[in-house]
Design a protein around this ligand. Sequence first.
Ligand code: NAI
Length: 251
Amino acid sequence: MKKDNAAANDTAVITGGARGIGRAITLALAAKGCDVVINYSGSKEAAEETAKECEALGVRAVTVQGNVASEEDCAKIVETAKKEFGKIDILVNNAGITRDGLLMTMSEEDFQAVLDVNLVGAFRMMKAAARMMIRARYGRIINISSVSGIMGNPGQTNYSASKAGIIGMTKSYAKEVAARGITVNAIAPGFVKTDMTDAMTEKAIETIKAEIPAARAGEPEDIANAAAFLASRDSGYITGQVLCVDGGMCM
Ligand code: NAI
């Protein structure tokens, strides 16, 4: 039975759901009773481990390898959800990469590669899932942006362009599907400790931390809690929004 205000029995697809923020979102949705489709690109073991943790919470979990930079793979991810669960209620576009460098020395290839995964990847996934969600007249789409897309960040012209693009795309698609029971929102995390930020120097981390009013780095669970709310029925009248989960960085 579908509970009115929860996501129990919903099916959620999470791209890059095996690690970091994606893993935390996957587990938060599983804890709410969602069956989950965990997409991964290279981390097979991490995906299987996350799936086991979800199953221990009493839901069904499947893993699916796929590169969101490929239209074919995005179709495969959506097909997996359709075959296993017959529907997609929740789509979380979390997969993301960085290829940082100053603009003057950044190759066009590094610029394009980041756009292709972070921005076009989310477009491909929304497009692949669109028919199913529109037919069901229900959907919750959550696109993971970044404070870099709002404030900019030196060394991240490619990344911040992709994350700002996510925001514009989120608002446009939100307007296209709002009357069909589908909400499309973005979350802009601040600084969160994951593999993505592991490569940063202590000095860079201290500089960023000094800009966080909450005076601490974010945990993947901070982002997951916000995603779980936007994925629920409680958030049905919220669409086209950007929720900064950043300890106050973006105020
Ligand atoms: P992460 O590097 O731990 O996770 C990224 C995930 O995306 C991994 O599971 C990876 O396998 C997957 N992925 C990468 N390329 C892929 C592709 N082509 N196809 C499918 N999956 C792919 O990093 P983190 O921090 O967990 O990042 C998750 C999201 O949060 C990203 O979109 C990132 O840009 C965003 N974000 C992270 C922040 C942070 O401080 N960690 C801050 C703001 C946004």
